[in-house]
Design a protein around this ligand. Sequence first.
Ligand SMILES: N[C@@H](CCC(=O)N[C@@H](CS)C(=O)NCC(=O)O)C(=O)O
Length: 203
Amino acid sequence: MLTLYFAPGSSSMAPHIALHEIGQPFEAIELSFHKGENRTPEYLAINPLGQVPTLVIDGRPLTEVAGCLFYLASAFPAARLLRDDAEDQARVVSWMSFIAATLHPARRQGLDHALGIYAQAEARLGANDWAVGGAYSIADIHLFRLFWRFNSSLKPPPEKFPNLMAHHARMMARPAVIKTLQAEAAVGYELPGQGGSERKSAV
Ligand SMILES: N[C@@H](CCC(=O)N[C@@H](CS)C(=O)NCC(=O)O)C(=O)O
């Protein structure tokens, strides 16, 4: 049994998309940051940082976007979210490490810094359809979630990040992404600039 703890529009959107890609049944439990539901003793017992996502696999919690994505891709290979080739897999891990360690925290270090880091992602993606090896993978899901948030909150001119914008459009056409965005919008965003409060949070 798979259970995803999520907050609409946040990092948990990435494993939420992957769950729709693999097409397995799962339970989705929404947490409201504003109500402090990620800071209850019960939630801290499964995720001591009080963050989302947490993916619970038959009662065992797994945290961090990259870990959750890697598990879903490896455990459900029919969805083809990760190739068998060792070098391709290493490149997917390399992208996801960059996304988690450099791209995600960039916003907190000021707009100029963030624009510079997104320019790095733009150059790294280049004119390729997908992040690694010409095939859709979990790296694309991870990249999309961050750029989706960056794009929807800051609305940079499309000509500034043409490769990331084209990638965003390819992702937005995927049924799993459409399903996830609809499900999360129906719950309601609590994100700055998206009808939620302006409270500053790591999103
Ligand atoms: N390194 C973590 C970061 C997760 C993260 O920053 N989650 C944010 C939402 S995007 C969160 O739960 N924030 C609530 C809080 O820290 O109180 C990952 O990649 O999963």
